[in-house]
Design a protein around this ligand. Structure first.
Ligand code: LGS
Length: 451
């Protein structure tokens, strides 16, 4: 295919997540989530920002769907807030919670936009955290109940289901570094959480396959990135291999090979960590075939050996490439290489969806009322060219979801980091098209990367 052209039927989308955009946290019977609790804890989120109002999408979803229709997207990836469906995480369902997502899905379908639904994008019901959260095996079973409840009610209208979003981030940032909810700093809790997140995926997948006639496809989304040594010292190379083992292979290996990576198991055993030894049938269930793999890609990781560092004996270093407002290097070639690696080592002919890719920059409304974001346009263009090259080389990438439709609550960074192609004025809730939104509309229309 000519450079930068995409195959017919390629799925062009935008992505968001419930806690980051919905607001209305106490409406229509929604229960508390761990992110409500965390963001209301002083010192956890930039300037005490919370998702209480966010983009007020819960009330403005119709107008937001209209914006998507104007962009011309074929698909919209959003997440369901578990505490809207089961305010206590289990037991009594809240029908008003389900109603909201039905209304949203109806509005999308009226516009011919395909819903791609993530079941867990980090807003665990607080009531389940109190029973141990993801560090506790039972949470995986409660997740499967919640998932089955949605499958039984929405499957006809949902062609793509994503069980978990970025289990690495949930396990490590939530339970080891403490940067995300629930804010624990307990490596063993992190390992248990990682396993229970994978198990929750497996149990939901089982419920999906066994629950009678289904219409959609089901997969999981991982955050993956190439890990490279900062120098050519073999110690740095070993450090890079270790971070690759935790960030990428700790999730890919169980999903595609049915076992945790043995070099990493040996590494942690060498530190005397009593890693969980899951039953074989759980590992088999985790490796059950999925219909697609979702990939979130933002940047690479550059690392150096650092013997004093606990757990991983390495540290991340700042790279030489230009950076986004998050301080992450812009590295589009990494996406192409990652996709090639996936196909050769893990996914083969399995379809891949890029479920997130995008960048934060310090956007501002100009005197002319527009938002000029040339750096974001360049970032997106170069990453899309990388995707199109990977497709030309035979990687079956079927869709691309830009993160994000609009500026939103960027977790521990609050509203200070803007990832949207729509600028959000959080005082008035006005949505203003950035130049990147106009550009993305033309890309979708052309089904090709345009200037
Ligand atoms: O908003 C989140 C986006 C923004 O950047 C979204 O909710 C998450 O699913 C996802 O984690 N998101 C995200 N991740 C970027 C992680 C990049 C790490 C690169 C570090 C380079 C040093």
């Amino acid at each position: 295919m000519t450079e930068g052209r995409f195959p017919e039927g390629f799925l062009w989308g935008v992505a968001t997540a419930a806690y980051q955009i919905e607001g209305a946290v106490a409406e229509d019977g929604r229960g508390e989530s761990i992110w409500d609790r965390f963001s209301h804890t002083p010192g956890k989120v930039y300037q005490g920002h919370t998702g209480d109002v966010a983009c007020d999408h819960y009330h403005r979803y119709r107008a937001d769907v209209e914006e998507m229709a104007r962009l011309g997207v074929g698909a919209y990836r959003f997440s369901v807030a578990w505490p809207r469906i089961f305010p206590q995480g289990r037991g009594q369902a809240n029908p008003k919670g389900l109603d909201f997502y039905r209304r949203l899905i109806d509005a999308l379908r009226e516009r011919g936009i395909v819903p791609v639904v993530t079941l867990y994008h980090w807003d665990l019901p607080q009531a389940l955290q109190e029973r141990g959260g993801w560090a506790h095996r039972d949470t995986a079973y409660r997740f499967a109940d919640y998932a089955a409840y949605l499958f039984d009610r929405l499957d006809e209208a949902v062609p793509y289901w994503i069980t978990q979003n970025e289990p690495f981030v949930v396990a490590i940032l939530g339970h080891v570094t403490g940067e995300h909810a629930p804010g624990l700093q307990d490596p063993m809790a992190g390992f248990r959480a990682a396993h229970h997140l994978l198990l929750s995926h497996a149990l939901a997948l089982q419920a999906y396959r066994e629950g009678g006639r289904r219409h959609g496809r089901i997969g999981i989304t991982l955050n993956l990135s190439p890990v490279e040594p900062a120098g050519d010292d073999p110690e740095d190379e070993a450090a890079a291999r270790r971070l690759d083992g935790l960030l990428n292979r700790w999730f890919l290996d169980p999903l595609f090979r049915g076992a945790y990576p043995s070099d990493m198991v040996a590494h942690f055993a060498g530190l005397g960590l009593p890693l969980p030894e899951p039953p074989q049938e759980e590992m088999r269930a985790i490796a059950a075939p999925i219909d697609f793999l979702g990939v979130n890609y933002y940047s690479r990781q550059l690392v150096r050996h650092e013997p004093g560092e606990p757990l991983m004996a390495m540290r991340q270093v700042e790279g030489p490439l230009p950076k986004t407002a998050m301080g992450w290097e812009v590295y589009p070639e990494g996406l192409r290489r990652l996709l090639e690696r996936l196909r050769h080592e893990y996914t083969g002919e399995l379809p891949i969806l890029i479920t997130e890719n995008g960048a934060a920059f310090d956007d501002a409304v100009s005197p002319d009322g527009a938002v000029h974001d040339p750096a974001r346009v360049a970032y997106l263009r170069d990453h899309l060219l990388a995707v199109s090259r990977a497709i030309d080389d035979g990687v079956p990438v079927r869709g691309y979801f830009l993160w994000s439709l609009m500026d939103n609550f960027e977790w521990a960074h609050g509203y200070s980091k803007r990832f949207g192609v729509l600028y959000v004025d959080f005082d008035t809730q006005a949505r203003i098209w950035k130049d990147s939104a106009h550009w993305y509309r033309r890309v979708i229309e052309a089904n090709a990367v345009v200037d």
